[in-house]
Design a protein around this ligand. Structure first.
Ligand code: MN
Length: 131
């Protein structure tokens, strides 16, 4: 069975590394995009099972990326988990208003991220990788 693919849109190398490690350890496939424009292209091309979207991105921020993703008809049901370092009141609402399905804060808590991904993926959720 092909593992569910998560597209990670993240411009920070350490955060990308952490996300990839976490996801792969837990049975997900990973595609990487380092900016919003390439994230949109890959989403269109790869049809990921879920998208992990950094909000602070160069040029096109995550709010804009989320809104553009939601304009793609064939990606309408794909869960988008926004990742933000802002602890600002209203930030969560802004992510959701832009089209994100849910929200996690940096630094990413592995258990929180995985439980949210699994909840939103439902039957498509990955089993942990065999050891
Ligand atoms: Mn960033």
């Amino acid at each position: 069975m092909t593992p569910p693919l998560v597209l990670v849109i993240e411009d920070n190398e350490q955060n990308m590394y952490l996300a990839r490690f976490l996801l792969q350890q837990n049975g997900f496939g990973v595609a990487e995009a380092w900016d919003g424009r390439s994230g949109l292209e890959q989403a269109r091309r790869l049809h990921p099972a879920a998208i992990l979207l950094d909000i602070q991105l160069p040029e096109m921020n995550g709010y804009t990326v989320a809104a553009r993703l939601r304009e793609m008809d064939d990606l309408a049901g794909v869960p988008i988990i926004a990742v933000t370092s802002f602890a600002m009141v209203g930030d969560r609402e802004r992510c959701l208003a832009a089209g994100a399905t849910d929200y996690v804060e940096k630094p990413i808590d592995a258990a929180v991220l995985l439980s949210k991904l699994r909840a939103h993926l439902g039957a498509d959720a990955a089993a942990p990788a065999p050891r």
